[in-house]
Design a protein around this ligand. Sequence first.
Ligand code: PLP
Length: 412
Amino acid sequence: MNAIWMPYRQMKTAAPPLAVAMTDGSRIFLKDGRVLIDGIASWWTAVHGYNHAHIEAALIHQAKTMPHIMLGGLLHEQAAKLATRLAALLPGDLNRVFFSESGSVAVEVAMKMAVQYWLNQGVRKRTKFIAFKGGYHGDTFATMAVCDPEEGMHSLFSGTLAEQFICELPRDGESEDALDRFLGDYAGEIAGIIVEPLVQGAGGMLFHDEQTLQRLRKLADKHDLLLIFDEIFTGFGRTGVMFASQAAEVVPDIMTIGKALSGGVLPLAATVASEKVFAAFWSDDPLHALMHGPTFMGNAMACAAANASLDLFETENRVLAANEIGKQMSQELGRCLSLPGVVDVRVRGAIGVVELEKIADLEGLRQRFVAEGVWIRPLRNVVYLTPALTIAENDLSRLTEAVEKVLKSGVA
Ligand SMILES: *Cc1c(COP(=O)(O)O)cnc(C)c1O
């Protein structure tokens, strides 16, 4: 117990973590016999619920055939097949799939790709990025620098982090004009714009509309910048469409995916480039190659799980399920709007958010949910639900009832 260093917590003061014995569907079975209904699907990865039989069978088969082989100079069927399927599934000509093992690395690769896209064409000064307040893109140094300054702990690590341009999202014509003017001055230093489309996740579950993304596409084209969509949170049905970019009918130049990509069972992420971006690397010059290659990139077990997950998206209508979950959450979470301290209730696809003025005791609130038999982990000032897309109607009701009951008791 003392050897493990836990994430995102002051270990001296926080309650010890709950010991989990097993999982099944939308259930977490604790070692002490308690059972929790899962409201967040392990950071929204487990879209098919835990222990799905089809994914399990694919994993067992792959473990016996070939758990892993390096991708340097070698290729296996699961990675090749997954890349082909993703290229067909993603909008536009996002056809070139570079695998990695975590979302943060996928974003780092996207940033490296964008900078090198310019370097390969002899443009040396376009090295910075436009990112947005409320955004979250990962915990590594390059990605922290494009997170919201508070989320990315910019002040604590100032001097160590690269300085990027953190702007307001162009939610209306006025802020579009402001960003346009800014780009007029600085575009020559900027490689690309990075944004989480439709929903900024870990930075506070903030929503924006399709038009905001269309404005970004327009500005990126006008100022000749690459547009990067980080769909690590929004991808695979979460917002009520397979990918958020499809709702906005905007095709980015680079897209990052992760989290639910493997159905939530193994670490896997990808950076997917359009033909235009890929073309800048396609050359006789070895220095024009993308010099990146995570040790476990395209891991065969992870790719087998992802292929099995895509099978399930084809055979069972998860996108429809996400919208049904959304309807139910709108009705049931809507009741929270009249509770003290609640400033907003919003739902998009299978993302339900109750925003509070503030949450004074985050840890205390989390423990209240466990006492109610649910696993809900509020962050910042929001209580949110991102359940498995397979969650049963009555289980979802138990989650929304727990949110209402706990917030009614005024613990926040
Ligand atoms: C979770 C997340 C990341 C980081 O992914 P990791 O796998 O935790 O490194 C990046 N971007 C978004 C939008 C995310 O939700």
